[in-house]
Design a protein around this ligand. Structure first.
Ligand SMILES: [Zn+2]
Length: 309
């Protein structure tokens, strides 16, 4: 059976995904009214250059993680995909409240209204594309609490996932309270194998990671380039522990470069190219089998994002 992954330029066979930044920010254009500390990522020429360098180094795919209303522009994602030959996927859903103008409809919507919007974006198309380009997955901004309007929106996201089989991508705050997620979503009819928990290497509790992976969750490790977070002390030991436990197929690697300062064009030493040029050779040096490495850097996230009946 062939599995197809929805991208902003159409469905592709999952095998085409070889090297993917599993938690990417390709374009962020914050709307008027968001706090000034939310940095735009919207210099087309510089982004194009960085994406082309990633492509030349062996990169094939970017999993964009910016939901609508707080900076996503799927038209720009499609334009950049066409200009670079990269496969780019997009999300519907919602981020943390601080990324939105206070007046955004999400914060007063009913759960049903939100679910209808997420479903429309998945089944028909994303708002700013005039309904032409469907989203691939549903992002949830999760700060560790399940209550109030955030809970209503999480229930809406669960309903959209339940009806479509699309995956739920959870932006977490250093993995805070991720224990609560599998029980919460399973009560709503969404199995653990539809959950992709991002930034969880910032909470390097190998026992907890093994438990979540065994339950079926996909774990996103994306702090490799974040200096405040020591990759040698956390990222690598954690990754090796999961691979040693036979759970390498439940981990995916991304970079989460969410501000221009984290890109080469913005002055950083390494940007997107770190994945093909630093991480992949290191996986080999660590003696991780080719098949497991291929999963870590692309196939695991690609297969996870295919809708499941
Ligand atoms: Zn992110």
């Amino acid at each position: 059976m062939n599995a197809y992954l929805q991208t902003v330029t159409g469905p592709i066979a999952v095998e085409w995904v070889r090297v993917a930044d599993a938690h990417s920010h390709v374009w962020i254009q914050p709307p008027p009214g968001v706090p000034p500390d939310i940095t735009p990522l919207s210099d087309y020429d510089d982004i194009l250059k960085e994406l082309l360098d990633f492509h030349d180094a062996g990169g094939t795919t970017l999993i964009d993680c910016q939901p609508p209303g707080c900076g996503r522009d799927a038209r720009m994602l499609a334009r950049l995909a066409n200009a670079t030959g990269l496969h780019i996927t997009a999300v519907t859903g919602f981020h943390l409240r601080r990324y939105y103008p206070a007046t955004n409809w999400l914060w007063t919507a009913t759960s049903t209204q939100a679910a209808d919007t997420f479903l429309e974006e998945l089944r028909v198309g994303m708002n700013e594309t005039g309904g032409r380009i469907p989203a691939t997955a549903i992002l949830i901004g999760y700060d560790g609490r399940i209550d109030g309007q955030e809970q209503a929106l999480m229930e809406a996201a669960a309903e959209a996932a339940r009806q479509t089989g699309a995956a739920l991508l959870l932006h977490t705050e250093q993995g805070l309270n991720i224990e609560a997620l599998v029980p919460f979503f399973s009560r709503l009819g969404v199995p653990a194998n539809r959950l992709y928990l991002c930034q969880v290497d910032q909470r390097p509790d190998a026992g907890l990671h093994r438990e979540l992976a065994q339950a079926g969750v996909l774990l996103g490790y994306s702090s490799y380039l974040r200096r405040a977070y020591n990759a040698e002390q956390h990222f690598w030991p954690l990754l090796k522990a999961l691979v040693a436990a036979g759970l390498g197929h439940k981990v995916t690697l991304g970079l989460d470069l969410s501000t221009p300062g984290m890109w080469v064009y913005g002055g950083a030493e390494w940007g997107l190219e770190a994945l093909p040029r630093l991480i992949i050779p290191r996986l080999q040096q660590e003696g991780i089998a080719q098949e497991i490495a291929d999963g870590l850097v692309g196939q695991n996230v690609a297969r996870h994002l295919v809708w499941q009946a």
